[in-house]
Design a protein around this ligand. Structure first.
Ligand code: F6R
Length: 264
């Protein structure tokens, strides 16, 4: 068991802790370019706001960094405001000094999505390991868009979203029926190649999935539980998302306020 659970007072503190992990990777990169793995959705937004603040205020530089998105909707036009390529530009990368050409996402507009998935997997393999991978978690335990049933060794592929995930993501679209049915997502095996996984979850609606991921059986029924096999996985929670966890169980609980920085 190598999951480190960190409970912090609120989403802003969680964002700062995630930003610490990213900043450590960026400033600690020895030699080659740092590879950042980025999630979209609501959970990482405080971290992204914090990274933008540190860039502007402290000069934290992303020059030379490369960024790789976890997933992308299939079938949205490239310039659709909810395509993850656009979301990550709007929420993060347009506000940093990262080269826009170094921000990569699976091609959700490809005529042959399976070929696009294989190309993205290849791109990731050629880039070398992701140094720090930011993750959220779905209410059904998905990571990336690896829905329940996803195999541990899965690689980038086409996935059909569950009704629950489409309903959860409907808040980003004008009409629920506009949420795409299919996505391209890095697989569990792809995500597992990253050197450091940092999963952030806030709010009470995430508590059951977090508890299942950290304390429940390891298996494809709760894809996030498969990350417990990873050598370095940090789970950053606010108290509401941590409500289903108890101390002294299989996950190693670290006390409120324990910073991510310095963790294995
Ligand atoms: C998005 C992604 C998803 C989200 C998850 C939680 O790139 O990979 O796994 O992290 O659906 O979404 P939010 O944070 O919006 O609750």
């Amino acid at each position: 068991m190598t999951v480190h659970v960190v409970v912090l007072p609120d989403p802003a503190a969680c964002g700062a802790a995630v930003a610490d992990a990213v900043a450590d990777a960026v400033t600690g990169a020895a030699g080659g370019p740092v590879n950042l793995g980025l999630a979209t959705g609501s959970s990482p937004l405080p971290a992204y706001a914090e990274l933008i603040r540190r860039h502007r205020r402290d000069g934290l530089s992303f020059r030379g960094a490369r960024a790789f998105l976890l997933d992308e909707y299939l079938g949205l036009p490239r310039d659709h405001p909810q395509s993850y390529r656009q979301v990550i530009r709007r929420e993060l990368t347009d506000h940093l000094d990262i080269d826009p050409a170094a921000v990569h996402a699976p091609d959700g507009t490809a005529d042959d999505p399976a070929a696009a998935a294989a190309r993205y997997e290849r791109l990731l393999l050629d880039a070398g390991p992701i140094d720090v991978q930011i993750l959220g978690i779905g209410r059904n335990g998905h990571v990336g868009f690896n829905e329940p049933g996803s195999p541990p060794g899965s690689t980038t592929r086409v996935v059909t979203l569950t009704g629950r995930t489409r309903a959860d993501n409907a808040r980003f679209f004008d009409r629920p029926q506009d949420v795409p049915h299919r996505v391209l997502t890095q697989g569990i095996g792809t995500i597992g190649r990253a050197a450091h996984l940092v999963l952030v979850a806030t709010g009470p609606e995430k508590a059951p999935a977090v508890a299942a991921a950290v304390h429940g059986p390891v298996g494809s029924a709760v894809p996030a539980s498969l990350l417990r096999d990873h050598p370095r996985c940090t789970v950053v929670l606010d108290p509401a998302a941590a409500a289903g966890l108890g101390p002294g169980r299989s996950g190693r609980m670290c006390g409120t306020g324990t910073p991510v920085r310095g963790y294995r």
